[in-house]
Design a protein around this ligand. Structure first.
Ligand code: FES
Length: 177
């Protein structure tokens, strides 16, 4: 494009066109070319977005799921009560989200579930140890009995779940907070 404009400017000068007219023609023609190239690019991008790059991708798009509804909850996850000693924990999955949950027994006969997803930025917190759950990403600490923040940067407690004892099994209940 530059070569074409330079050649034409040379011809214009040879024809005796004033220098300011030579420059103006080059500016106008260069601008028109830029607008034409930009417009073609926009049109191409628009058509690609509208119709896709090929039949296969268009077919894939129409087959994509349209619902973002949560997965149906299955039976309540459970663990043997013997696997959760006082101060210890066992891990299950929230059937609705797939997130890991620690079933804990902070005091004898007292059970609850604590989400393993750190409320700061979503890292997985470690299993309870010495009465706390530690997040290795930025150092937040949570109380293993309540999920409350002991040490930031997290400011929100870990979500809590109910837990019921059914015979020798501990069953994860609904999310409480
Ligand atoms: Fe847990 Fe930052 S993600 S402290």
């Amino acid at each position: 494009m530059d070569g074409y404009l330079a050649a034409r400017a040379g011809r214009d000068r040879a024809r005796g066109l004033a220098e300011d007219r030579v420059k103006r023609r080059a500016l106008v023609d260069g601008g028109i070319a830029a607008v034409a190239i930009g417009g073609a690019g926009l049109l191409t991008g628009s058509l690609t977005r509208t119709f896709g790059r090929g039949g296969k991708s268009a077919a894939k798009q129409s087959a994509a799921p349209v619902s973002s509804a949560p997965a149906p909850a299955g039976p309540a996850p459970s663990v043997p009560a013997a696997s959760v000693p006082v101060g210890g924990s066992a891990q299950v999955k929230d059937p609705a989200t797939g997130d890991a949950v620690y079933i804990v027994q902070p005091k004898a006969g007292q059970y609850c579930g604590l989400s393993s997803v750190c409320t700061h930025s979503g890292c997985a917190v470690d299993a309870p140890k010495n009465g706390q759950l530690y997040c290795p990403c930025h150092g937040s600490r949570f109380d293993a009995a309540t999920g409350a923040v002991v040490n930031g940067p997290a400011v929100k407690p870990l979500p809590r779940y109910g837990v019921t004892k059914d015979g020798d099994q501990l069953k994860l209940g609904p999310l409480q907070s």
